[in-house]
Design a protein around this ligand. Structure first.
Ligand code: ZN
Length: 95
């Protein structure tokens, strides 16, 4: 499944929401970012990435918040969102 189609998010097949998805940042930071979740949505034609509440707490423990937001942003752009994502609508991991 591709989660980004024509500059919009594809609707979740389970619940139909199409506002945002959540990714595990493990691919961009290996074990440092394993289980650290970032939410992404669209603003116009660009992706907006923000840490989830738990990720904010983790990042505040001494990590460079903006660096990791940028890293996740680049990763989503490069891979076009093609990975497994957590749907905030139905709380299911889908791929
Ligand atoms: Zn869903």
């Amino acid at each position: 499944m591709s989660f980004v189609v024509d500059g919009k998010l594809e609707a979740c097949l389970n619940c139909g929401q199409d506002q945002s998805y959540i990714v595990d940042a493990y691919p961009v930071g290996d074990r440092l970012m394993e289980g650290v979740l970032f939410e992404y949505s669209f603003d116009g034609n660009d992706i907006v990435v923000k840490p989830t509440k738990d990720a904010e707490i983790y990042l505040a423990s001494g990590l460079d918040r903006q660096y990791w937001i940028n890293a996740v942003y680049r990763w989503i752009k490069i891979f076009n969102g093609n990975d497994s994502v957590l749907c905030p609508g139905c709380n299911m991991w889908i791929s």
